[in-house]
Write a protein that binds this ligand. Sequence first.
Ligand code: CTP
Ligand code: MG
Length: 188
Amino acid sequence: MMEEVLVALSGLWLMLPALLPNSAAVIFGGGPPIDLGRSWRGRRILGDGKTWCGLIGGCAAGVALGTILMMVALPFDSENLWGFGSYPAALGVIFVLSLGALLGDMGGSFIKRRLNVKRGAKMPVLDQYDFLLGSLILLLIFYPDWFLSNFWEGNRWIALLTILVAVPLLHRGVNIIGYRMGRKEVPW
Ligand code: CTP
Ligand code: MG
């Protein structure tokens, strides 16, 4: 049982660099939209909610958090940095986690625009999971062995299950906080 709890906690720990970027994008966001206002088949490609400042600031925030996590783990586990791996490969994993989250979020907006869902309008499931899916897909492309050994093989599927359950709850909690702070127009 102890072992399973540690695997679950390890899943959350390793995903932290993917959890921050989208919240940070709300703070850094603004300025020119990524699609530069362009439309495709009569609808915006991504919409005004996806900006270059949000993308770059969000990615930098995820990498900064990941760097802090590596420094926290370093004195205890210099070989493996508590699952991130050895430096500098660990930094690559962290970059992919951060960028993947933002690309996944952009993919979600792309789908929403195709379905004629307005910027900021709620789309259950997609809103909660698009960024996580982006991170996981980018990991599978660039660091498949890392992903499989941490989130799939042996009892490590528990880590994947944990993030799948925790992410919508965290997403909801963070968005309510952002709404109360006046940073988000809607509490989702
Ligand atoms: N944001 C940004 N750039 C990004 C992602 C987010 O500037 N790449 C900022 C925008 O100000 C956005 C806010 O963070 O409005 C909240 O993000 P999100 O909920 O993902 O965007 P929505 O405005 O809801 O737009 P969409 O309907 O496309 O999801
Ligand atoms: Mg939204």
